[in-house]
Ligand binder design. Structure first.
Ligand SMILES: Cc1cc2nc3c(=O)[nH]c(=O)nc-3n(C[C@H](O)[C@H](O)[C@H](O)COP(=O)(O)O)c2cc1C
Length: 408
């Protein structure tokens, strides 16, 4: 018998006990020690610093360096952001400043997981080892190795230039492991065919955990007045990293593939906005989850909804802790050839909720199996002999409880 008050979000990650699995990812919300302090006071379980480099490798950012993708909505409706592209570089703050801040924060918040994100060139052993040793010496509890920044840094042999080459991942991880005792977590890029290859190579090099994903390579669009690409930096732009709700499916695929192939803990991220997104990542194998864009859109206070919602989810399912559900759904992601071809379902319509928009009829007519007709009262009717159960009508229907698939 389980009692609701026994439910706890506390989780152990690489030997460190955290009050909850929610970590701020390496990004603008962790751009300074002061910001991390505010986040920890708000209740975040951990934070990864904005990526730190050697002073020789840091430089000024361009402006602007962000561009959003939104549902335009109507002119009088607020826009709903579902994606963000950035062409921001790693921190432009000096190493010495970061080391002081890491020291202060870890002293002030000993129960929170402060992870230092570090980056250097794929051939620069000395810089990797200097960064790793100095962050450890100043109190960082873990290191995240940025093998995944998709813009700016790869041109200098850093970030995704490392993460797209499994041999280099292994070598760099082993350099860091040679000089540090704290756990090391390389961060993977989704901009590669098989994300498990660099992860497995990093583990061969000694990685204690894997984090995924960094942003997805993207060009956000063109301003049709000026004909310049976004973000417009003096008439030019560059492919950048796409984040936010739009990339959640890509992150979930990465985490489930990793969980089914590796034997170290995973910190999952990409498009997590609320506790439901976090629960999905956890069910597919993430032991901790990281957030960036949601915090950039809504602020640190979303931690309250994340904690309350995830606790409620555990209670509703009779789970006592996250240990009961990490990876529970990952085994249900299987090969296509193993899916049951004997299951036959067809569409069924609820005329009480139908708004007679015709979208199901049009999409089935022009992109489906011509299995929907519209009756005299303009309600959709299924031709059960023609319907193959593809579910396109369910996808396009703007009403939540109008179309459902039922056993044929
Ligand atoms: C503006 C911006 C800057 C970022 N800077 C870094 C960085 O310095 N290091 C890093 O590892 N990831 C960086 N990221 C990637 C995020 O940490 C995260 O992996 C990605 O945004 C996906 O998570 P999200 O969808 O919750 O934002 C950055 C993301 C954004 C939007």
């Amino acid at each position: 018998m389980k009692f609701a008050d026994e439910v706890s979000l506390a989780v152990e990650f690489c030997g460190f006990k955290m009050p909850n699995p929610f970590i701020l990812s390496s990004a603008p919300p962790t751009g300074t020690g002061d910001m991390i302090r505010v986040a920890f006071r708000a209740g975040w379980g951990g934070a990864v610093t904005k990526t730190i480099g050697m002073d020789k490798d840091i430089g000024p950012n361009v402006t602007p360096r962000l561009h959003h993708l939104s549902f335009p909505g109507k002119a009088d409706e607020p826009k709903k952001l579902y994606g963000l592209q950035n062409i921001e570089l790693i921190t432009d703050r000096k190493l010495e400043i970061w080391l002081n801040e890491i020291q202060m924060i870890t002293k002030e918040f000993p129960d929170r997981l402060l992870i230092a994100s570090i980056m250097a060139g794929g051939d620069d052993k000395e810089s990797w080892q200097t960064l790793a040793k100095s962050c450890e010496l100043n109190g960082a509890k873990m290191l995240e190795l940025n093998f995944s920044c998709p813009h700016g840094m790869p041109e200098k042999g850093m970030g995704a230039a490392v993460g797209q080459n499994p041999e280099v991942c292994k070598t760099v991880t082993s350099w860091v492991k040679e000089v540090t005792k704290i756990p090391v977590m390389p961060k993977m890029t989704p901009n590669i065919t098989d994300i498990t290859a660099p992860a497995l190579a990093s583990i061969e090099g000694g990685a204690d955990a894997i984090s995924a994903i960094n942003t997805v390579g993207a060009v956000m669009g063109i301003d049709l007045k000026t004909l310049n690409p976004f973000p417009d930096v003096g008439g030019y732009s560059t492919p950048g990293g796409y984040s936010g709700p739009a990339i959640k499916p890509i992150g979930l695929k990465a985490v489930s593939s990793l969980y089914n192939s590796i034997n170290v803990p995973i910190s999952g991220m990409g498009g997590i906005e609320n506790w439901k997104d976090a629960a999905e990542y956890i069910l597919l194998g993430a032991r901790t989850v990281q957030l960036c864009t949601a915090v950039m859109f809504h602020g640190f206070s979303i931690i309250e909804e994340l904690n309350d919602g995830l606790t409620g989810f555990l209670e509703d399912h009779g789970f006592q802790s996250l240990d009961d559900c990490v990876g529970l759904s990952a085994k249900k992601i299987t090969d296509h050839v193993k899916l049951d071809r004997n299951i036959k379902k067809i569409s069924s319509f609820n005329h009480k909720t139908c708004i007679k928009c015709d979208l199901c009829y049009i999409s089935c007519r022009d992109a489906g199996y011509q299995a929907i007709a519209v009756n005299e009262e303009r309600y959709p009717v299924v031709d059960t002999a023609r319907c193959t159960g593809c579910s396109l009508c369910e996808q396009v229907c703007p009403v939540w409880d109008c179309v459902k698939l039922v056993t044929a």
